[in-house]
Write a new protein. Structure first.
Length: 264
């Protein structure tokens, strides 16, 4: 009997040691080793995101695009077998210099500008034919942001009338673990007063119901979760610190002192 009791104690000690070793070497990867004091209680205060000038589908000039101050015109004037090339910036008064000629092209289309250049060149050339290539001034494109359980998170150039579904397609869609019925849209780009909407794309794929496929606004931030977020207040507490860290690189350099308190 005494021998049996000793063996039971030895087995119990062995199991206890194995348990300690397992706990030490096989930690749950979802369990944080940080103390509660290491977790930020509130996100940093960030200024609103800067706004863009145009939608992504407006950056390529079309036949109806108007010439504006700051645009560049590449002008080719052909006469007989020869041709002359000029490059000119549209000035604030809407005029450009084509050789020694001054031509007013502000607020008109490329086709109309070609006619004006030809008329201006007629006193100096025989049957001039003008061809103009328009290069728009550097514009900031409107954008939205997609983070969370997606394949290529980050900034997405915003097309006119873009929806949550289109934004997800732009980042190569979501992972299988994504909870599509709990997608959150943080609206307005102002993280000090977040306005959070819920998009339910599960309705789209299950029933073909597009009513919860939210139409986006500039600087909207789409967050695709892999766990339930709860009500709006609980969701904000969970996702706002994550989004602020993700958004930080987007801010221009001149805003960094305001964000970090650093003064050169």
């Amino acid at each position: 009997m005494r021998q049996l009791r000793k063996e039971s104690v030895a087995v119990g000690l062995l199991l206890a040691e194995i348990g300690v070793l397992l706990l030490a070497g096989c930690r749950n990867p979802g369990q944080s080793t940080l103390p509660p004091s290491a977790v930020s209680s509130a996100p940093h205060s960030l200024p609103p995101l800067p706004k863009g000038d145009v939608y992504a589908d407006e950056t390529v000039p079309t036949a109806g695009t108007l010439i504006e101050t700051g645009d560049t015109l590449e002008v080719v004037i052909r006469r007989g077998a020869g041709e002359e090339k000029y490059g000119s910036l549209v000035r604030e008064n809407g005029s450009v210099s084509v050789g020694f000629m001054e031509v007013d092209v502000g607020g008109i289309t490329v086709a109309e500008a070609e006619q004006r250049v030809q008329e201006a060149a007629k006193p100096f050339m025989r049957e001039p034919r003008a061809q103009i290539a328009l290069k728009k001034k550097l514009l900031k494109v409107k954008r939205v942001f997609v983070f969370g359980d997606v394949k290529k998170p980050g900034m997405v150039p915003m097309a006119r009338n873009m929806t949550v579904l289109q934004a997800l397609a732009a980042v190569d869609n979501f992972h299988e673990t994504a909870l599509l019925e709990e997608i959150r849209v943080v609206r307005g780009g102002d993280f000090s007063k977040p306005h959070i909407l819920t998009a339910d794309l599960a309705r789209v794929f299950t029933y073909g119901d597009l009513s919860r496929n939210i139409r986006l606004e500039e600087n909207d931030v789409i967050f695709v979760p892999r766990e339930h977020l709860g009500d709006a207040k609980e969701a904000a507490q969970k996702i706002m610190p994550i989004l602020q860290v993700a958004i930080m690189p987007v801010y221009p350099v001149y805003l960094l002192p305001a964000l970090t308190g650093f003064k050169p």
